[in-house]
Design a protein around this ligand. Structure first.
Ligand code: T4K
Length: 388
């Protein structure tokens, strides 16, 4: 196996020389954290870029989720999706809240609003949906239910940096939205995250909560956590913003090539957008069903054997992990669409530095796997033949 490894993603990093002046400034000022100048500049710059009113930066998306729930004093039960990264539900457990899993819409892979009402109980206080792969949830339907039942809505928008819906930021919907700036995300600050909130008062409460609950030197108003973003991460964020449009543009090109090459292969479906007016192409998930000549796991293994590390996001479902599977809502019979998607999904490599040749390697292997296995099973090829 001599081919170089290709991972599901690789962080975008600007030229190192461009980062040096930021580092110099940090070294000279010796202001490393606690809301320094880069932190303040990045909050302002992100509000402008994303088209939102208030943003509170965090050291990662998970602490931002935990704090978002605290800031709205959410308790009891929260309705959420099992088809996500574990951090979504973990943030509920960290707050002593019971997650109630509701199935996804098989077309969008997001929380299905039609299933939410049946899961509401007197203990329900909020809904935590996820804009999975950066494709917006049905925010209008979710808001209608929330308004009817007096529930709060906190979006896990970890995948949704820069995504717009009807010409406006998707982060403006619900009560709060939470972003992740982890290395694997469209916009990264190494580690990082943020809460987007609609008003200054909520932002102030969030800012207290992420700084141990300190209001001033002598006043602590809540048992807050240390969730602050450092100056190093914030300065990188400022630099990343200069490159982000080109990075998303490059993702769009890669996405288009996958679709043109893979769409139409029997048993393989490229997950579609949900009608967003601006996409970010954060992931490239395909669904492999029984009409494809090999299983999703066999395809994963074939790629791995050739040093291509596609990922099964999100398998297993959150509801299948030991700390959740005892919940009544975690039963597979309650979650048929999420269960099916988690067994079919494979996320193919997509990131700005993925070369055309590397992407061609991925596509060729997917097509060849389908063709060879079909031949072995005596089936007709499911895709146009490719050179060996
Ligand atoms: N909500 C949702 C819906 C999320 O998806 C996430 C995170 C969160 C909340 C929580 O946000 P954070 O607290 O993380 O800010 C990764 C990420 O660690 C995680 O951030 C992400 N979601 C999740 C979907 O994926 P792993 O365990 O799959 O990551 P890992 O280390 O296997 O990385 C994947 C590939 O990326 C590697 O094979 C190579 C490449 N990579 C990764 C890192 C970390 C690099 O090239 N460089 C790197 O530094 O979880």
């Amino acid at each position: 196996m001599s081919d170089k490894p290709i991972y599901v993603t690789q962080p975008f990093l600007p030229p190192l020389a461009e980062f040096a002046p930021y580092l110099e400034q940090i070294w000279n000022s010796k202001v490393l954290t606690n809301g320094g100048p880069f932190h303040q500049q990045l909050e302002k710059a992100l509000c402008e870029y994303l088209g939102v009113d208030h943003i509170a930066l965090f050291s990662n998306g998970t602490l931002a989720l935990v704090t978002a729930l605290q800031s709205l004093r959410i308790t009891g039960e929260v309705i959420t999706t099992p088809y996500s990264f574990v951090a979504t539900a973990h943030s509920l457990l960290w707050n002593g809240i019971k997650p109630v899993f509701v199935d996804i819409d098989p077309r969008t892979l997001n929380l299905d609003p039609r299933q939410i009402e049946a899961a509401i109980t007197p203990q329900t206080t909020a809904i935590m949906p996820v804009h999975c792969y950066g494709h917006p949830c049905d925010v209008d339907a979710i808001q209608r239910i929330a308004d009817n039942y007096n529930l709060r809505v906190i979006y896990d928008a970890a995948h949704a940096f820069g995504v717009e819906h009807g010409g406006s930021s998707i982060l403006r919907t619900g009560d709060l939205s939470v972003l992740s700036f982890h290395a694997t995300k469209v916009f990264n600050t190494f580690e990082g995250g943020a809460i987007i909130c609609p008003d200054a008062k909520t932002k102030q409460r969030i800012d207290h909560l992420k700084n141990f609950g300190f209001v001033d030197e002598l006043t602590v108003v809540a048992p807050g956590i240390n969730g602050k973003m450092s100056e190093l991460n914030a300065s990188l964020g400022l630099l990343q913003l200069k490159h982000i449009d080109r990075a998303i543009e490059r993702r769009k090109e890669i996405d288009a090539i996958y679709r043109s090459q893979l769409d139409g292969i029997k048993g393989l479906k490229c997950v579609q957008d949900t009608g967003e007016s601006r996409q970010n192409h954060s992931y490239f998930p395909i669904l492999i069903d029984s009409e494809f000549p090999i299983s999703r796991d066999d395809l994963y293994d074939v790629l791995k054997k050739h040093n291509i590390y596609a990922r099964r996001y999100f398998y297993p479902l959150i509801s299948e992990f030991p700390m959740y599977r005892g919940l009544p809502s975690a039963h597979a019979s309650n979650l048929p669409h999420a269960t099916a998607a988690s067994r079919q999904v494979l996320c193919l490599p997509i990131y700005p530095d993925l070369t055309g040749a590397d992407q061609a390697r991925v596509i060729k292997l997917v097509k060849a796997a389908a063709r060879r296995s079909a031949a072995k099973a005596g089936k007709a090829p499911t895709s146009p033949p490719v050179a060996a």
